[in-house]
Write a protein that binds this ligand. Structure first.
Ligand code: ATP
Length: 209
């Protein structure tokens, strides 16, 4: 079976994650897409909500779609969460499954800064969702040649081989970012692009003030 993992800080989870992931489930006929909050994101500033709170918000958001589940694997590990390591552990956990690791275009464009990034495709396909304001134009030479080597336009490659491809999805651009959203929450703006259950949780726990 195909198992998709969508990693991120999810600080907080928002409609940019959820609407694109929902379109991806349809595009690739994915039975289970797990939203996986990272414990201590090594390559970025520290999150504002606690790990437990980010997971709770992801769990609430997952109630929106039958294919979504929350994956707490990285939060349970007593170490930094490097995706390459997590994916090799998942290959041991699910030896007979096809693993997809889902990310936005901004993540692909900075992939060469990730720990052991060239090993990511050893255990999974990388599925990349377009993101508003981010072009598909890698600047780093090593990244450029990595993408050129692994890129496919064919969905069937993702099922015929269990790992090794980079696939650019046709999911819609949803112009939402957690950074902007945190500012809007602080300013108490109404009608923000996140599920009402997540909004209620944020207010109840007085996050991002
Ligand atoms: P920040 O604004 O703090 O950078 P973010 O909105 O990018 O946060 P993350 O939790 O860091 O949210 O993102 C997790 C993953 O989701 C990343 O791979 C990111 O590229 C992707 N992603 C986030 N928002 C979108 C979006 N609107 N469309 C497509 N992908 C997205």
């Amino acid at each position: 079976m195909i198992r998709a993992f969508f990693g991120g800080t999810f600080d907080p989870v928002h409609n940019g994650h959820l609407e694109t992931a929902s379109a991806l489930v349809d595009e690739l006929d994915i039975a289970t897409l797990s939203l996986m909050p990272s414990a201590v994101p090594p390559h970025r500033s520290q999150p504002c909500a606690s790990a437990r709170q980010r997971l709770e918000m992801v769990k609430l958001a997952c109630q929106q779609h039958p294919a979504f589940t929350a994956e707490d694997w990285e939060l349970k590990q007593d170490r930094l969460s490097y995706t390459a390591h997590t994916l090799s552990e998942f290959k041991e956990r699910f030896p007979n499954d096809i693993l997809l690791f889902v990310m936005g275009m901004d993540s692909l464009m900075s992939l060469h800064k990730w720990h052991n990034w060239t090993q990511l495709t050893d255990n999974a396909h990388l599925i990349v969702m377009p993101r508003a304001g981010v072009d598909f134009s890698p600047q780093d030479d090593e990244l450029k040649s990595f993408i050129a080597t692994h890129l496919t336009k064919h969905k069937k490659d993702l099922t015929e081989q269990s790992s090794g491809y980079v696939y650019i999805a046709q999911t819609p651009m949803v112009d939402v970012s957690a950074t902007e959203l945190r500012e809007q929450l602080q300013q108490r703006k109404p009608n923000l692009p996140l599920p009402s259950s997540v909004y209620d949780y944020i207010r109840q726990h007085q996050l991002y003030l």
